[in-house]
Design a binder for this molecule. Structure first.
Ligand SMILES: C[S@@+](CC[C@H](N)C(=O)[O-])C[C@H]1O[C@@H](n2cnc3c(N)ncnc32)[C@H](O)[C@@H]1O
Length: 388
């Protein structure tokens, strides 16, 4: 392939790169948009695909916009600020549909329209800031850059909750010996770091849910509320005997979705999140089996000890997905009648669902993409399945 190429961009691939063809070979160009003709310098040429660096947009898409953030060229956080938000949503929905069609042979009609929040900016309630090399800026920390190596000092970040923004210009945020810090803004506007293990509350719709400063919490609470509502409708349609939340965190989705289910069980491996989970149930007077442990080990053991019928399983694993053992178990165990898989990574989602569907005992009823992370390449998807 020549060093510089001219190509027409046909679509936006999962990850946000423009995709076109050069001499029949797929070429990904970061920053290029569908409908555009661009000139790119080939930076990588493999057998099946190439990657190019955008040099010039020869014919511009009418959906191209000026990114509002001045750091967007160097910061690794956002991939879609140069695209109209309605188009970002449209392409994310297509990415989910195509991914599931391609890897699971799922008819595209099972994927519902993507759901989004009121604004694509100001939604993130947490940030992780990394130490920089010494710089002229007063603050010596920032975000990991687009090159994945350098750290970029920023005075602001438009996708974060405005109440977090003062931290970007603090002089002494990192203490001696720290190379990063994670901060989250709570319901009352106070900012908490993971330095001390503290419980504080986050508001999702009508619920005030405690989280630990050292544990996981969802980043976009408006979308979390929408997912909770959707899951609640699915649970109500299924009328289960037991709701089992296997990657429960602080218990968010049991609280949002499982009201009225006769029995509840939550499983969580992080001791910090488990502490918040127990407290959330104690305050509400909710009775549940709460287990601190690994889903893949503890869930099969739990059901062996206490067998049940008509179980609704909710899984929301980390980006890495579920273990093969757990997918196998969920596929085989007949008492697990319904399953919701909430995922922030299409690759591990289709891998895990592929393992479940391979047993031919389940069908996917609905997939809903949610724009949990506007302006970035990330997509959240909720998949509702039932046992045949
Ligand atoms: C994506 S978060 C979801 C948490 C929760 N559903 C929520 O919305 O807040 C994944 C959670 O799974 C926990 N986790 C990770 N691996 C696990 C495992 N093998 N077994 C049980 N929990 C695990 C993490 O500590 C984290 O709290």
């Amino acid at each position: 392939m020549p060093d510089d190429v001219v190509l027409k961009i046909e679509k936006l691939a999962y990850g946000g790169e423009g995709l076109g063809f050069v001499d029949g070979k797929v070429c990904f160009v970061e920053g290029a948009l569908p409908g555009e003709t661009v000139r790119a310098r080939v930076s990588q040429s493999k057998q099946n695909y190439a990657k190019g660096r955008l040099l010039e947009v020869l014919e511009k898409s009418h959906h191209r916009e000026e990114p509002p953030c001045p750091y967007v060229q160097d910061c690794g956080g956002c991939q879609y600020q140069h695209l109209a938000y309605s188009e970002e949503l449209r392409w994310k929905e297509i990415q989910v549909r195509e991914h599931l069609e391609r890897f699971l042979k799922l008819p595209g009609s099972r994927v519902s329209p993507i759901r989004s929040g009121a604004s694509p900016y100001g939604y993130r309630n947490s940030v992780t800031l990394h130490e920089t090399a010494p710089s002229p800026k007063p603050q010596q920390f920032g975000f990991v850059g687009r090159d994945n190596r350098t750290t970029l000092c920023v005075d602001n970040c438009l996708i974060t909750d405005p109440r977090l923004r003062p931290v970007f210009t603090e002089k002494r945020l990192l203490r001696k010996g720290e190379d990063r810090i994670s901060l989250r803004v709570g319901e009352n506007g106070m900012i908490f770091s993971g330095r001390e293990d503290q419980l504080f509350s986050m508001r999702i719709g009508d619920e005030s849910i405690l989280t630990s400063s050292r544990g996981f919490f969802q980043n976009n609470l408006e979308i979390t509320r929408q997912i909770g509502q959707t899951a609640r409708a699915w649970v109500q349609s299924a009328q289960p005997r037991l709701f089992a939340d296997l990657y429960a965190g602080a218990g968010t989705f049991t609280i949002l979705a499982a009201e009225g289910v006769p029995e509840l069980m939550c499983l969580e491996e992080s001791p910090a999140s488990f502490g918040a989970l127990k407290e959330n149930f104690r305050i509400r007077g909710l009775k549940a089996d709460l287990i601190e442990g690994l889903a893949e080990k503890s869930f099969p053991r739990y059901l062996k000890r206490k067998p049940r019928e008509n179980i609704f399983v909710f899984v929301d694993p980390p980006r890495t997905g579920m273990s093969a053992d757990l997918s196998e178990f969920l596929a085989q165990e007949p008492s697990l009648r319904h399953l919701v898989y909430l995922s922030c990574h299409l690759g591990t989602l289709t891998r895990d669902l592929g393992r479940i569907l391979a047993k031919k005992r389940h069908e996917i009823l609905e997939v809903i993409p949610f724009d949990m992370f506007p302006r970035t390449k990330h997509i959240e998807a909720a998949v509702f399945m039932r046992r045949l």
